[in-house]
Ligand binder design. Sequence first.
Ligand code: ADE
Ligand code: ZN
Ligand code: ZN
Length: 240
Amino acid sequence: WGVVGHRAIGKIAQNHLSKRASAAVKDLLGSENLAMVSTYPDEIRSYKQFAYTAPWHYVNLPEGLSYEDFTMQLKTMDKPNIYKAIINCIADLKDPSKPKQDKIFALKFLVHLVGDIHQPMHTGHSEDSGGNGIKIKLMRKEGNLHGLWDSGLIDYAGMSYNELATDCDIINKKKTRNWQKDELSKWAFESYQITAQLYAEAAQNPEFDYDYYPQHSEIIKKRLAQAGLRLAAVLNEIYK
Ligand code: ADE
Ligand code: ZN
Ligand code: ZN
């Protein structure tokens, strides 16, 4: 996601923290909050000393896998990827021997990466760098499929991250199913299934017109809401 998407997720999570988790987050972040730190990993990834974190933002797997095969490949992958990175962030936050600076770093990455794993194009194909190589047009404006889903559609909606977070929380209140109980590989598999649909649509006709946003806005808001709630649940579990 871009800045607005990540901050909306941070804001939703911040709203759903328990008292203990909220105090623990405040102790680590000081005057900052989850919304503000959510974009930190994108701000540092282009610096040479942080180049090793670039593969943490996504995972690329072949198309058409069942949930079982997908989960197996995800869990046994050698290369650094978003799934491994999230697990490491959680472990660092739980580890009493880790210095505070390491925990701050892990928390900033956790907020960001739980967001990214819910962005469908972050589980895309390696050949096109998760849709970065797929040229599309949105209402005659040129772009690529990855960027469209990171920020193009959210920018088109013209909402602030606070407005977007409020909108997503309204969707969330209507939900009866418990997103917070799903496991990490399920979050990734949901993205992976949406990705297949997005690639297929772009292959059929890469020139998207004014219907594309209303046709996909519910998916975007659902993914932002799920990311925010699940992030809060992870933090509430760490600081229970
Ligand atoms: N961003 C940069 N490379 C990527 C990839 N291969 N998949 C998803 N997102 C990416
Ligand atoms: Zn990212
Ligand atoms: Zn992205």
